[in-house]
Design a protein around this ligand. Structure first.
Ligand SMILES: Cc1cc2nc3c(=O)[nH]c(=O)nc-3n(C[C@H](O)[C@H](O)[C@H](O)COP(=O)(O)OP(=O)(O)OC[C@H]3O[C@@H](n4cnc5c(N)ncnc54)[C@H](O)[C@@H]3O)c2cc1C
Length: 375
């Protein structure tokens, strides 16, 4: 394998964003990815304004890729549901479609994408080595997957499940707490995405049918959304050990930690892909400006820590007191929009980007419907 100016491990949103930016600037980029084709992974598939702005910067439009606009949010528990207009329009898009488009953009920019499962990385005299290739810098973008030689991350036992379904759906994301965690249910352009985060020790459903029954049993709104839904897989996709709240503040010389390796926000916020894409772009900018990895990592951590902390609080409130959280969402109309804004990484200077109907904080702009009851 030939040497490169930058080694990137993982062709998810973080790795591809960095690869596109560096390759466009003329750097020789070697992108190592274990899966030959992009595939579905556990993700709620909600693209918020940070992700949209970053994608625009990379030359991708998720709506043109078939994504569904999502201008509203509903919180529902038991017989109650509270609905609000989001302060921005989210976009729902299957991960396989997004990740494939990102890989194609990286190749088009000039990055060399090689299928390889990296077992370990090591620092040496020539820089960082992985799978026999060496480069002065390594950008670690393996998502939640650990690697030998990489800095350890705190263990955590949250589990994520995802299921795609064929169904018609209103243009809104539903946040559905259930005993043991919370789920997001939303249109994705071709059907529905159901994604759930389970607390440590929570009982997991055995198959797709049990998963749907669990969500439908937790709220009348969830049951209504799932009434005509048909699962596309017999079992949901799963991931274990999700370290919500993790923020990497330090890093060894020459090692840039991106995406979930840099920071993991509660899934409830729908901001993980925004963090991943933004970290890839910002790391590439740091490399091109000659800044070292430690400076980048500290700056990115400082940026990410507040929205991650707030998302953790909001997710804990939703899980521990779902009935109260649903009532508050109905009693205080702008509350959901405020939480949605408080859990964003921010525009990050992507001001030249076109973002779908992005409306930044304007106190009078959050319409909300009163708490409603469904049977
Ligand atoms: C339950 C749940 C719901 C979520 N919902 C949302 C949501 O609605 N909106 C949102 O924005 N975010 C959401 N997220 C978060 C989002 O999925 C992640 O933050 C995002 O995918 C991180 O991107 P990444 O590029 O860092 O990693 P990934 O997307 O995981 O990509 C990592 C890549 O590295 C590759 N790789 C891994 N190990 C190796 C190796 N050893 N060698 C070579 N290649 C390797 C993988 O194959 C993969 O392609 C959710 C997460 C969970 C768990």
């Amino acid at each position: 394998m030939t040497d490169a100016e930058a080694l990137i491990i993982g062709a998810g949103p973080a790795g591809c964003a960095a690869a596109i930016m560096l390759a466009r600037a003329g750097r020789h980029v070697l992108l190592l990815e274990r899966d030959a084709e992009a595939r579905e992974i556990v993700c709620g598939e909600f693209l918020g304004p940070t992700a949209q702005a970053a994608l625009a910067r990379l030359g991708l439009d998720p709506v043109a890729l078939g994504g569904a606009l999502i201008p509203r949010v509903v919180v529902a528990h038991g017989s109650r549901a509270a609905r609000a207009t989001l302060p921005f329009a989210g976009i729902g898009l299957p991960r396989q479609v997004l990740d494939q488009a990102l890989r194609q953009a990286a190749i088009a920019a000039g990055a060399q994408l090689v299928t390889a499962t990296v077992r370990r990385i090591a620092a040496g005299r020539g820089g960082w080595t992985a799978e026999g290739a060496t480069a002065p810098i390594l950008l670690l973008a393996t998502g939640k997957h650990a690697l030998r030689g990489a800095p350890p991350r705190p263990g955590a036992a949250w589990v994520g499940l995802k299921l795609h379904m064929t169904a018609d759906a209103a243009p809104e994301v539903a946040l559905l707490p259930f005993p043991g965690g919370y789920a997001g249910l939303q249109p994705n352009g071709t059907g529905l995405t159901l994604c759930a985060a389970f607390r440590p020790g929570a009982l997991l459903p055995a198959d797709a049918g049990a998963f749907l029954a669990m969500i439908a049993g937790a709220s009348a709104h969830g049951a209504a959304m799932l009434r005509d839904a048909r699962p596309m897989w017999t079992r949901p996709l799963a991931i274990a050990g999700v370290p919500y709240g993790h923020v990497a503040r330090t890093t060894p010389p020459g090692l840039f930690r991106l995406g979930d390796q840099a920071a993991v926000i509660a899934s409830f916020a729908g901001e993980g892909m925004g963090i991943a894409l933004a970290s890839g772009i910002m790391a590439a900018e740091a490399v091109l400006a000659g800044r070292d990895a430690a400076t980048f990592q500290a700056a990115f951590a400082a940026r990410a820590v507040r929205p991650i902390r707030r998302a953790g609080w909001a997710a804990a409130g939703l899980c521990r007191a779902p009935g109260l959280a649903t009532r508050i969402a109905g009693w205080v109309p702008p509350a959901m929009a405020r939480v949605a804004l408080a859990t964003r990484l921010g525009r990050l200077g992507f001001k030249d980007s076109v973002v779908h109907k992005l409306v930044l904080p304007d106190k009078g702009d959050h319409r909300s419907e009163a708490l409603s009851r469904q049977t």
